[in-house]
Design a protein around this ligand. Structure first.
Ligand code: HEM
Length: 205
């Protein structure tokens, strides 16, 4: 009989749902603004700008709810990367994802009350949530108020550098989303992790 663990409190699920919807809106409007042909845009340019700005503001507010939630509830401890044997643990998980999972092996780092994420998952979440999301919204707010950006940064245009950093960050988060969705199918069944994020309960292997 597999264990059911309550791992995703309501506040976290609400944050996650709003965050996911906002990121999808930001990716669609961002890609449309960057690549569309002005005569035949994927999303009308002025609409894409408005939606992108509104979603960016909501995402920033949501981000602080995530950080405060992690500090004030026990959820933050799952994001603390332990350096001891980190490379070994990352390699072991990578081998499981590339070989073990197809042989029906048990996961090397199953979820329990003390460990919600496997080492690779933890690394990816910390990397995206604590590095790339701040880069994205800080550069996003700067572009919303371009007068705050240095015009000249070591001989380069500050606005150009900020815009480059913003689109590179957006690209990384978009790639993360695809990888995240794929790895979320590696639960007890292909859909069990998605159910967890709705009802709060993790289904063990
Ligand atoms: C359609 C969009 C998305 C879906 C369907 C989805 C699905 C899921 C699922 C099933 C889980 C639970 C499995 C696990 O703990 O790893 C999860 C957790 C998580 N997702 Fe997503 N996700 C989406 C978008 C995103 C985005 C855009 C981000 C961040 C930029 C994100 C960040 C996270 C984080 C940090 C967790 C762990 C939360 C915690 O337990 O503390 N997700 N997601």
């Amino acid at each position: 009989m597999s264990e059911r663990l309550y791992m995703y409190p309501v506040w976290l699920r609400i944050w996650h749902a709003i965050n996911a919807i906002m990121i999808i809106i930001l990716i669609l409007t961002g890609v449309s603004m960057q690549y569309s042909n002005p005569d035949r845009p994927f999303i009308r340019f002025d609409l894409a700008v408005t939606w992108h700005n509104v979603a960016g503001v909501i995402l920033t507010i949501c981000y602080f709810i995530f950080v405060i939630g992690n500090i004030t509830t026990g959820n933050g401890k799952f994001y603390r990367i332990k350096l001891k044997k980190l490379i070994n643990r990352l390699t072991k998980q990578a081998i499981y994802y590339t070989i073990g999972v197809y042989k029906g092996d048990k996961p090397p780092y199953p979820v329990n009350k003390k460990r919600k994420f496997n080492p690779l998952q933890q690394f990816a979440y910390v990397f995206i949530l604590y590095l790339f999301m701040p880069i994205l919204f800080i550069t996003g707010w700067a572009l919303l108020f371009p007068e705050t950006i240095w015009l000249n940064f070591f001989g380069f245009s500050g606005i150009l550098l900020t815009a480059l950093l913003h689109s590179a960050g957006g690209f990384i988060v978009s790639i993360f989303l695809f990888v995240h969705l794929y790895f979320c199918t590696f639960g007890k069944t292909a859909t069990s992790n998605f159910r967890s994020m709705v009802n709060g309960y993790h289904e063990g292997h």
